[in-house]
Design a binder for this molecule. Structure first.
Ligand SMILES: Nc1ncnc2c1ncn2[C@@H]1O[C@H](COP(=O)(O)OP(=O)(O)OP(=O)(O)O)[C@@H](O)[C@H]1O
Ligand SMILES: [Mg+2]
Length: 239
């Protein structure tokens, strides 16, 4: 991937299980600073589990998780968060009954002031400024994702893990969100994006990996051949 630099985030032979049932059977993935990697695959493939392992939310049962070249497998979520790993979970991760402003103010634990946090969020996502007093649960789906991203970015992450950013959103909204994600990557963040449907994220992805039943049968540059690969994997006709 990057010209000689070592990846910021690397999963090597990662295995994971729930209640003794293995769902990741040796996943290899690497994300460089400033790059967007798309992890694609059908329902139940293990995409969310991969992100949970990368964020320390779920322990790997084997393999290595490297952050800046250091093996952090088994480290807790809080430690990885402090080391710069930020997971935006499926389903947006905002507090629906709290206002936009209150959702942002909760991030003062990062040491930044309320004003700094609001300024940064509204500069990146101006629509949130207009909605600052509105309960987050009444924002549109796309605005809720912007708020979730704005909250995550206050931690100044080195690694951003995004789970199904596009869920339930119109294609134009998704395309706009992914432009913001591309901006975030250009600022030097290593971004790993999970999606079931590939179209929007592949426009900004530098690298793509396909995950099927806990294995990565294909990864490479997201060129046009990937679409054919994907449809065969999704339909289950590929090995
Ligand atoms: N907490 C859990 N307990 C037991 N099994 C789980 C748990 N979470 C996930 N699984 C199982 O692990 C497998 C992978 O799930 P995962 O959520 O990682 O898939 P996914 O690729 O994110 O799917 P989707 O596209 O539907 O979000 C599935 O078979 C799922 O049922
Ligand atoms: Mg999932």
């Amino acid at each position: 991937m990057g010209a000689g630099g070592e990846p910021l985030l690397e999963l090597s032979g990662v295995r994971a299980a729930y209640d003794g049932i293995t769902v990741l059977h040796g996943v290899d993935l690497a994300v460089d600073a400033g790059r967007v990697v798309a992890l694609l695959g059908p329902n139940g493939a293990g995409k969310t589990t991969t992100l949970k392992v990368a964020a320390g939310v779920h322990p790997p049962s084997g393999g290595r998780l490297l952050l800046g070249g250091r093996d952090v497998a088994g480290a807790r979520a809080g430690d990885l968060a402090r080391a710069g790993v930020c997971l935006i979970p499926e389903g947006r991760g905002v507090f629906p009954n709290l206002s936009v402003r209150d959702n942002l103010w909760m991030m003062t634990f990062t040491g930044r002031t309320r004003a700094e946090i609001e300024d940064t969020a509204y500069t990146r996502f101006p629509v949130l400024a207009d909605r600052r007093a509105q309960p987050a649960g009444t924002l549109s789906g796309g605005e809720q994702q912007m708020l979730a991203l704005a909250r995550g970015l206050t931690t100044e992450p080195a690694v951003l893990l995004l789970d199904e950013l596009s869920m339930g959103l119109a294609p134009l909204v998704v395309a706009d969100l992914y432009e913001r994600v591309a901006d975030i990557a250009r600022e030097g963040v290593a971004v790993l994006v999970v999606e079931q449907f590939a179209t929007a994220v592949l426009k900004i992805a530098d690298h793509a990996a396909v995950l099927v039943r806990g294995r990565v049968p294909w990864q490479g540059h997201p060129d046009s051949s990937l679409h054919a690969e994907l449809s065969s994997y999704y339909l289950g006709s590929a090995p």
